[in-house]
Design a protein. Structure first.
Length: 264
């Protein structure tokens, strides 16, 4: 799965902030506001909308701008007729895309040319917590730009020039690693330069750590990532299918996975 672990570490879900922090947690919001030089209370206490909630919001006319980046929802989402109808009701749909003829781009008001993975530098985390540096090795095509450059440019134009004064992907990563200090996913000792020189490293990798190829196991000290440091166990009752087969839709589709291909 392409950097799902790294996305969660960086706060790339509607209810998360960097370093496995929660939007709904006032202490977590305050920590990030301080790091980002934002006034107290600037981060909304209400989590954002998950993917399907965004579709519902567009249908209801409650979403004025939908910006799609690094995904192709008109392939990966279910009920595509409903998704298309919702997009047509949204006043402004922006799509950052590396391909001119993607399914989603046909419904965009504005298409921004995005750099491919081979044209931009970055780091990714796999499911065993190994962080790998991925250098750019090809020249960008046309006017394409890495997503972080586009987001930073928009941030500066919205009046946040101090917060978005990055000069490189390495600087963006340095801000992120600082936000992980003391957290479960502490990578405050990592940098693009170290990863490029030493190869992949497994977190936790706090500041002052030495590169190693030995595996690290979490919770060997029996201190878990809960307020009282104790493990939590729970039971779960299956709810069954949300949409059981019926005469109109008699089949249930199970989508497979390939090693080198995920979703779109």
């Amino acid at each position: 799965q392409p950097n799902a672990m790294g996305g969660r570490e960086a706060g790339g879900l509607a209810h998360l902030l960097p370093g496995y922090r929660l939007v709904a947690n006032a202490e977590h919001r305050a920590e990030v506001e301080q790091a980002w030089q934002l006034p107290e209370g600037r981060i909304n206490a209400k989590p954002g909308l998950a993917a399907w909630q965004q579709i519902e919001a567009m249908q209801q006319g409650a979403l004025d701008l939908w910006w799609v980046a690094a995904t192709n929802p008109l392939v990966s989402l279910p009920d595509l007729d409903r998704v298309k109808s919702a997009m047509q009701k949204c006043p402004l749909v922006v799509v950052s895309e590396a391909y001119a003829d993607s399914e989603t781009s046909h419904y965009a008001h504005l298409i921004l040319p995005a750099a491919q993975w081979s044209e931009k530098a970055g780091a990714m985390t796999n499911s065993e917590r190994q962080v790998t540096y991925c250098p750019a090795y090809r020249r960008r095509f046309g006017e394409s730009r890495p997503d972080w450059e586009v987001f930073a440019e928009v941030g500066r134009r919205l009046g946040y020039s101090e917060q978005f004064n990055f000069k490189s992907a390495a600087e963006v990563y340095a801000e992120f690693t600082a936000l992980t200090q003391g957290r479960l996913c502490d990578v405050s000792g990592l940098s693009h330069e170290l990863l490029e020189d030493e190869g992949p490293q497994q977190w936790p990798y706090p500041s002052g750590s030495n590169p190693t190829t030995e595996a690290k196991r979490l919770y060997e000290d029996h201190q878990f990532a809960t307020p009282n440091k104790r493990a939590r166990f729970s039971t779960d009752q299956p709810l069954g299918l949300a949409e059981p087969p019926c005469d109109t839709y008699p089949l249930v589709l199970t989508v497979g996975r390939y090693l080198d291909q995920w979703h779109t």
